[in-house]
Design a protein around this ligand. Structure first.
Ligand code: GLC
Ligand code: GLC
Length: 811
C-alpha cells in the first residue's frame, strides 16, 4: 500500500494520506540553521546543534506519536482544522504534504477554504519562513480566525527535559507589535535569543502555554482556539510559547498571504540591551525586514531551488529504470547532504542530545557528498582530523558547536582512524586538491601540536600496524565498525552502557573486518604516496599490507568464508564451528572489496556464502544464525532479539559493501539485485510493512529471523545513504573519479542495454553514454572521447568549462 507518490519533475514526495505508518519527515536548512518537519507539521528547529541551541521543544517517544510542532489552527465558525491535519485531526476535504529539497509544503482544504503552508529556510539565513496562504473557494464571505503556535525550548534540550525545578522559573519573553521574543537566560550567559514574527497586524497573542492550551488540554484542543480569541498573556517562568491571532476576512475567491518567521539572533556582548531589561531587537527587525513581503519570500525560494538544481545537476542518470533514476538523481543525493549535515544527531530516531559528529560516521558520510560542495567536505575533513591523536587514535565523536572531542565517550574504536584515509582520498580524487595534504591540522584540537594533514593519514595507517594481535590481525579495541560486537567488554551490570564501558584489561580480540578495511585503505594510502612522490613511504607501507593479506589467508579464512574475529580468549567468531553467528557480513564485505585471496577463489566463495546464508527477501542480514541468548564475550550484539539491529537485522549500511564486492568479480546481476532490495523507492508499494519514508534509506530493516521481517526503523541518519550512492554510481554504474581523470568500469545487470550519465567533474561536464550490445555485466570494448578512441579506461582531465561526449561500448 502507498500513502502518496513521487513527483520527480518537482523533486518531491507527495503524501496524500496523513496517516502514514510512521511520521514521514523532511529536513529544512542547509548549513547552520535547521528544522525537522513531519507530514503532520510536527518537529522542531535548532541552530547548529540540536542539543545546545534548540529553539523549539519536541517530545520524543510521545503518545500519541509526533505531538508538538509548528501548528496553524484555522477556526471557521464551529469547525477548527489544521493544514497539516494534526494536532486537531479534523477530517479534511483534501490534504497534501509535499516534501521537497529543503522545503515542505502543505495544501489542504475544508468547507470551502484552502490553506497552503510553505516552510523553508532561505540560504545563509538563521530563520525559518512559513508562508501561509488562505483562500476562500466558496461563494460566501468567510470570517476566519488564524492562530499560530510554537513552543519554546529553553535552549539546552537535555536540561529542558529534566531540570524542572529550575526551568519552571526561568522562562522570559518580550512582545512588541507582531513579534514574540524568547529571551530566557539572555540576561545571564547567553548572547542569543529567538523570535517568532508575522508580517501583518495581529489581533492578539499568547506566550504562556497553560493559558493558551488550558492545563488539562492537549495541542488538539487549545482553550484560546475554542474561545476564538487570544488572552494576550505574557509568560513568567513555566513554559513560554508563541502564538499569534489574526482575523482573516475573505471575499469569495479572495486569497491572503502571511509571512511568519521563526528566527535566531546573536548579539555582541556589549550590545545586548536596548534599555534596562529590554533586549536589543535591531538584528531581529533586520531579519524580519528581509522577508516582509511575499515577493521577497518567492525570490528566496527560487534561489533555494536554483541551489538544488546546481547541486543535483552534477550527477544525473538516465537508466531506463525510473525507481533507480529517482534515487540517484534526487533522493539519495539529498539524503547524503542531510547525513553530511547531521551525522547521527537529530532525526525522529536520534534525539539530538545523544550523539554529535561521529569520527567514522562523518568520514563515511562525506563520500556521498563530496561532489556536491567540495569546500565544505574539506572543512569537515580538517575538523574531524583535528580530533585525532599523534598515535592515530581519535575521539569517537565531537560536538558540532565546539568541535572538541567528546571525552566522556573517548576513543579506542580501532576502525576509526582508517576512515580518514577514505574521506581524504575521495576528496582529492574529486577535486584534484592535493594542497589539503600540506595543511597544518592540530592533534587533539591543540594548534601547538599541528602537523600537515598527510601526517594524520600516516598516523591512521600505522595505528593499525602498531596494534596487531596474536594472529597478526588488527586488534579490535572497544569495537570496530560494528559498535555492538564488544569482544573485550564483558558487561554484567545492567546499569552500564555498552558504548561507554571500557574494556577488560589487555583485550586481545582481533577483527577481520579491520583487516579488510586496512588492505583497502592501505592500498589507497600507497597509491596516494605514489601520487605525491613519497615512494619510499609507499614501499614501506606496502610491506604491511602484504603481511596483512597473508595473515588473513592464514588465520582469517574459515573454508567457505572469512572469519569475523578472534574473541578475547582467541576463539574464532563467525565460523561454521559455532552454533550461532556462523557467518557475518562485514568481513565478507571488506575482504572481498580488498580482493584478498581472489586468485584462489576466496572472493567468489565468500560472496556465494553470503548469498546462501545471509541474503533474504528484504536485504542481506548482518549475521546468521542470529544470537538467541546473551553471550557476555560478544557483548551488545547478542542483547538484541533475533533479527533486529546488529543481531541478524538487515543493517543497510553494510549491504553496499557486498554490492561492491560483487562488482570485483563482475557479477552485475547480483550487485543490482542487492541494490534494489533495500533502495527505498523500490519499496514504496510495501510502505505499510516498511513503515518509514519510501524516499530515504533507513538504518535497519528487520531480518529474516525477526518477528516481522521487512519492517524498517531509524530512517534518514545512516551511513547507508552515502555507501549506497557510492556503490551504485562508482561501482555498479562504474563512473569513478580518480587522481588523473574519470575512470569508467561499469558492472551492470546483463539485461540492460546501457545507460547515460551526466557527470560534472572538476568543472567539466561529461555526457557519458554506455551501451551494452552484447549484454554483458562487465568489460569494455571501446571508449570514445568526442568521437576519438582512447586506449585507457580513465578519461584524462579535459579542458574546463566544456562539454565532452563520452561513448562507452561494453563487451
Ligand atoms: C550506527 C553507528 C555507526 C556504527 C553502526 C554499526 O549506525 O552510527 O557508527 O558503525 O551503527 O554498529
Ligand atoms: C547502539 C546501536 C548501534 C549504534 C550505537 C551507537 O549500540 O545498536 O547501532 O551504533 O548504539 O551509539
Amino acid at each position: 500500500m502507498k500513502y502518496g507518490h513521487f513527483d520527480d519533475e518537482n523533486r518531491e514526495y507527495v503524501i496524500t494520506n496523513p496517516k502514514t505508518p510512521y511520521p514521514w519527515i523532511n529536513y529544512l536548512g542547509n548549513e547552520d540553521f535547521f528544522s525537522l518537519t513531519s507530514n503532520t507539521a510536527g518537529g522542531y528547529t535548532f541552530y547548529k546543534d540540536a542539543k545546545f541551541r534548540r529553539l523549539t521543544r519536541y517530545r520524543y517517544n510521545n503518545v500519541p506519536i509526533d505531538d508538538g510542532g509548528k501548528y496553524f489552527y484555522i477556526k471557521d465558525e464551529d469547525t477548527t482544522w489544521c493544514p497539516g491535519w494534526k494536532p486537531v485531526k479534523t477530517e479534511l476535504d483534501s490534504y497534501e504534504c509535499r516534501h521537497g529539497m529543503s522545503y515542505t509544503k502543505f495544501k489542504s482544504s475544508k468547507n470551502g477554504v484552502q490553506a497552503e503552508v510553505l516552510q523553508f529556510i532561505p540560504l545563509g539565513f538563521w530563520g525559518e519562513i512559513q508562508k501561509v496562504s488562505i483562500k476562500n473557494t466558496s461563494s460566501k464571505v468567510k470570517k476566519l480566525k488564524l492562530f499560530s503556535f510554537i513552543e519554546w525550548c529553553l535552549w539546552n534540550a537535555e536540561d529542558d527535559m529534566t531540570n524542572f525545578q529550575r526551568n519552571f522559573n526561568t522562562g522570559e519573553v518580550e512582545i512588541e507589535d507582531a513579534v514574540i521574543y524568547h529571551k530566557t537566560e539572555f540576561k545571564e550567559r547567553r548572547n542569543h535569543y529567538a523570535f517568532y514574527s508575522v508580517n501583518s497586524k495581529i489581533n492578539g497573542f499568547d506566550t504562556d502555554r497553560e493559558s493558551f492550551l488550558g492545563l488539562y488540554n492537549g495541542f488538539d484542543a487549545p482553550d484560546v482556539v475554542a474561545e476564538g480569541r487570544s488572552k494576550n498573556t505574557e509568560a513568567h517562568g513555566w513554559s513560554p510559547v508563541a502564538s499569534h491571532y489574526i482575523e482573516v476576512e475573505l471575499q469569495p475567491n479572495e486569497e491572503k498571504d502571511y509571512v511568519f518567521m521563526l528566527g535566531y539572533v546573536e548579539v555582541e556582548e556589549d550590545n545586548k540591551w536596548e534599555s534596562k531589561s529590554v533586549i536589543n531587537k535591531k538584528p531581529a527587525k533586520d531579519m524580519i525586514a528581509k522577508f516582509d513581503t511575499v515577493d521577497k519570500v518567492t525570490t528566496a525560494f527560487n534561489e533555494l531551488s536554483a541551489y538544488w538544481d546546481n547541486l543535483l545537476g552534477k550527477i544525473n542518470i538516465q537508466s531506463g529504470e525510473q525507481k533507480l533514476d529517482r534515487m540517484v538523481n534526487i533522493w539519495n543525493q539529498y539524503q547524503c547532504m542531510v547525513t553530511f549535515n547531521m551525522s547521527r544527531s537529530a532525526s525522529f530516531f536520534e534525539s539530538g542530545i545523544g550523539r554529535g559528529m561521529g569520527f567514522r560516521d562523518s568520514n563515511q558520510d562525506l563520500i556521498g557528498f563530496v561532489h556536491q560542495i567540495p569546500e565544505r567536505a574539506r572543512e569537515r575533513i580538517v575538523d574531524i582530523a583535528s580530533t585525532q591523536f599523534e598515535d592515530g587514535s581519535c575521539y569517537h565523536q565531537y560536538q558540532p558547536l565546539t568541535k572538541k572531542g567528546n571525552a566522556i565517550l573517548g576513543g579506542n574504536f580501532n576502525d576509526d582512524p582508517l576512515w580518514l584515509i577514505l574521506s581524504t582520498t575521495e576528496y582529492i580524487k574529486e577535486t584534484g586538491d592535493f594542497s589539503l595534504l600540506d595543511e597544518l591540522v592540530p592533534f587533539d584540537n591543540d594548534m601547538s601540536r599541528a602537523k600537515p594533514h598527510f601526517d594524520h593519514l600516516k598516523a591512521s595507517f600505522y595505528h593499525v600496524v602498531n596494534n596487531l594481535g596474536p594472529h597478526n590481525l588488527p586488534l579490535i579495541g572497544r569495537a570496530d565498525w560494528n559498535d555492538c560486537l564488544n569482544l573485550n567488554c564483558f558487561s554484567k551490570d545492567p546499569n552500564e552502557s555498552f558504548q561507554t564501558t571500557g574494556n577488560k584489561k589487555d583485550g586481545k580480540a582481533e577483527s577481520l573486518m579491520i583487516a579488510g578495511l586496512f588492505v583497502v585503505y592501505g592500498k589507497e594510502y600507497v597509491k596516494l604516496c605514489h601520487q605525491i612522490g613519497k615512494t619510499t613511504e609507499a614501499d614501506n607501507a606496502q610491506i604491511h599490507i602484504d603481511n596483512m593479506i597473508e595473515a588473513v589467508k592464514k588465520d582469517g579464512w574459515d573454508g567457505d568464508w572469512y572469519l569475523r574475529a578472534y574473541d578475547y580468549y582467541g576463539n574464532k567468531v563467525g565460523t561454521h564451528e559455532n552454533e550461532e553467528g556462523k557467518i557475518f557480513i562485514e568481513s565478507q564485505g571488506w575482504c572481498t572489496m580488498a580482493e584478498i585471496g581472489k586468485e584462489d577463489g576466496l572472493v567468489e566463495k565468500s560472496l556465494n556464502a553470503v548469498k546462501e546464508h545471509l541474503d533474504s527477501d528484504y536485504g542481506i542480514v548482518l549475521n546468521s544464525p542470529a544470537f538467541s541468548k546473551y553471550y557476555i564475550e560478544y557483548g551488545e550484539i547478542s542483547t538484541y532479539p533475533k533479527g533486529y539491529k546488529e543481531n541478524g537485522g538487515v543493517f543497510c549500511h553494510n549491504n553496499p559493501w557486498i554490492m561492491i564486492g560483487e562488482t570485483m568479480i563482475g557479477r552485475g546481476d547480483e550487485a543490482y539485485d542487492y541494490y534494489s532490495k533495500i533502495a527505498p523507492s523500490f519499496l514504496e508499494d510495501i510502505s505499510e510493512l516498511h513503515k518509514v519514508e519510501p524516499y530515504v534509506y533507513c538504518q535497519m530493516i528487520a531480518g529474516k529471523e525477526a518477528f516481522k521481517p521487512g519492517e524498517a526503523k531509524n530512517s534518514w541518519l545512516s551511513g547507508t545513504a552515502s555507501w549506497n550512492f557510492y556503490a551504485i554510481t562508482q561501482y555498479i554504474l562504474g563512473i569513478k573519479p580518480d587522481y588523473n581523470g574519470l575512470s569508467i568500469n561499469p558492472c551492470i545487470p546483463k539485461k540492460w542495454d546501457g545507460f547515460k550519465m551526466k557527470r560534472v567533474f572538476r568543472g567539466v561536464t561529461y555526457n557519458i553514454e554506455v551501451t551494452n550490445p552484447d549484454h554483458v555485466s562487465k568489460g569494455i570494448k571501446q571508449i570514445l572521447v568526442n568521437g576519438n578512441v582512447i586506449n585507457t579506461s580513465i578519461i584524462p582531465i579535459q579542458e574546463e568549462g566544456q562539454n565532452h561526449r563520452i561513448t562507452v561500448v561494453m563487451g
